[in-house]
Design a protein around this ligand. Structure first.
Ligand code: GRF
Length: 208
């Protein structure tokens, strides 16, 4: 897992992966910032951590260090969770279909930063979060799972972010399980989920 900060999605995945039936194990938590609070969550859970600072390095040199560290540990899948660095196309291509990201909007709407401010300003009634396979373009790539939440009159970016975050903590463990188990596969530029029924859906209603 690659993080830069708080690590609440990391925490959700740590808790999901504690179930012996969960199809993935968190082998490493890597941060570009030594002060990322998520590193303490990993340490408390007994998970290996590593800091690779990005400061003062060209992007490809940083990504080459990442690549070497991940390969040295036999990593199969990379989960980005609040990792605030754009990865180079070369890195993304080398790990094609093996990098997941979570974004706090219903992609392809509201890519980038300050999502909740823009959602409120536009007056949309629903927003949510998306777990997707990473492509070189920011916040783009085949969608694995999404969760929708309502935007409520009087919401501030903070209240809306909190509602979306609760949904993130449900949808990321689900999406990673689908990919790690081999149930979800990229076909063309879409994710197909083997044996998915309409009732299961991969739009998660957080109230459900
Ligand atoms: C989440 O809102 C995620 O969608 C975005 O960055 C935030 C990370 O939060 N990419 P946390 O570090 O997992 O608490």
């Amino acid at each position: 897992m690659l993080i830069s900060g708080r690590g609440s999605n990391l925490q959700a995945l740590i808790e999901a992966a504690a179930d012996p039936a969960y199809p993935a194990e968190i082998a490493l938590v890597l941060s570009n910032l030594a002060e990322a609070a998520g590193l303490d969550r990993a340490r408390s859970a007994g998970i290996a951590t590593l800091v690779i600072p990005h400061k003062g390095k060209p992007r490809d040199a940083f990504d080459a260090e990442l690549d070497a560290a991940l390969k040295a540990r036999g990593i199969d899948l990379i989960c980005l969770a609040g990792f605030m660095r754009l990865l180079t196309p070369g890195f993304v291509e080398a790990w094609a279909d093996r990098i997941l990201n979570i974004h706090p909007s219903l992609l392809p709407a509201y890519k980038g930063l300050h999502v909740h401010e823009r959602v409120i300003a536009d007056g949309v009634r629903f927003t949510g979060c998306t777990v997707h396979i990473v492509r070189p373009e920011m916040d783009a790539g085949p969608i694995i799972a999404q969760a929708a939440v309502p935007v409520i009159d009087g919401d501030t970016p903070e209240t809306l972010a909190a509602r979306v975050l609760t949904a993130e903590h449900r949808v990321y463990p689900l999406a990673l399980a689908l990919v790690a188990s081999g149930q979800a596969k990229v076909v063309g530029e879409r994710v197909l989920v083997e044996g998915a029924t309409a009732a299961q859906g991969f739009l998660v209603n957080p109230a459900g």
